[in-house]
Design a protein around this ligand. Sequence first.
Ligand code: FAD
Length: 501
Amino acid sequence: MNEHSIRDVVIVGGGTAGWMAAAAFSRFLNNGYTRITLVESDEIGTVGVGEATIPPILRFNQMIGLDENEFLAATGGTFKLGIEFVDWGGLGERYFHPFGNYAQDLQGVHFHQLYLRERARRPIPDIAAWSMSAVAASLGKFGRPSASAQSPVRELFYAFHFDAGLYAQLLRRLSESRGIVRVEGKITDVTLRPEDGYVQSVTLADGRTIAGDLFIDCSGFRGLLIEEALETGYEDWRHWLPCDRAVAAPCANVREPDPFTRSTAHAAGWQWRIPLQHRMGNGLVYCSDYLDDDTAEQQLLAALEGPLLADPRRIRFTPGRRRESWSRNVVALGLSSGFLEPLESTSIHLIQSGIARLIALFPDKRFDPIERFEYNRQMRDLYEDIRDFIILHYKATTRTDSPFWNRVRTMEIPESLAHKIALFEHKGRLFREGNELFTTTSWVAVCLGQHIVPREHEPAADALDEKLVAQALEQMRLGYWDTAQKMPSHAEFLARIAPQP
Ligand code: FAD
């Protein structure tokens, strides 16, 4: 440490974002010098939703030292192998977006190209039959992949569904045990340094003042520091993502939890169904131009599978992102840095990525602009990549049954996405660039699932012997099927790993 090192980090907000940041910093800034304080207000509370994740969450939990079984027990968690999309490509249709990859490439040719070639020759099953995660999900099975296993179970990728409130409590216990100081109180004032407009301190309703060198704004949609104090600005993406409201309502489980999230498209939005051990999370995301709040709530309640467990919660949001996630000495994480509807369960991942990038670019008190610039560049790219992938689900539909679907089906889309779709439509080509989050498998799953079918395949796929390809595909398909059959059911697996009393 030296005279320039950051001494005081102040985290404003104790939702999922605040406690994830605290848990990570308690591990990576544990240098005997940096002090970390988290301020939160029980009176204000948290947004109280956010239950589905994607595979990188495993890395975050490992990084902060959480045991997976204990984490699942503490948060009512279940395993997630992907997302089932119902009624998205067209009414009465469904497809699966799996985690992990489709089967192996053959002699350097991408698997999906071989699949496209084979599919043009003869009727074959849906591409999901070549994904270990999708096949296991379709049978309600789960098993942990092991690196040494000589079977396709190696290719199983998973994430979790969990109660985000319980997760924040778990992270709080962990962080406090590692010396993070929690301050309860409502911030009523923010003081900026006169010389450069950097945040100097926050003041609580009872008059206490908390000063800091670096502030992490985890205050939720309002962006207490990044927006209300620093006026950073917001990019509004409603013209591409018109859904701007949600209503959430948990219900009791009436059957064993599925190892996947379900997203069912409605006339003016879509409904999520997220199975936890102790309840089912449900919510309807919708566009207020076509559906009012009372009707949305009625629709959601009518669709619940079990008895309602808590009052429905209504949420308003503006899809988009803060123009800069890092401004002066404030880094916004979570809802204060932007929001994209939870169609691909990416918000908690955005928090995790923001934390990892901040640790990699951690400043000192001189705040060199190059660190801030790079952080903002990487976060902008990540938001835009996720944005494009979500827009794809709306744009690529054949639905004509409501004004909402007619609007999104015919809307202008970002140039970056239009280019990607055109390339795929031509010969099924996909290129994953830079730090893009979604894999080729993800794009193939959604494109084919929603009727974007390439006109041809890559010439390289024709170089392989027809018989060899047909045999290899069949062997792989049967391998996945046999392996999944032998796995325990998801419920059995959860019971097996439950901590013994
Ligand atoms: P919040 O939970 O709003 O926390 C804000 C914190 O700031 C609170 O502790 C509050 O007390 C504090 N605070 C605010 N003002 C003050 C003040 N003046 N003084 C002191 N403290 C203050 N994400 C996923 O990854 N998967 C999902 O399935 C998913 N589903 C979602 C569904 C919906 C409808 C919505 C809206 C979001 C969903 N998310 C999901 C996103 C997820 O909920 C959030 O990313 C996550 O909860 C982080 O929220 P947060 O911590 O940024 O904000």
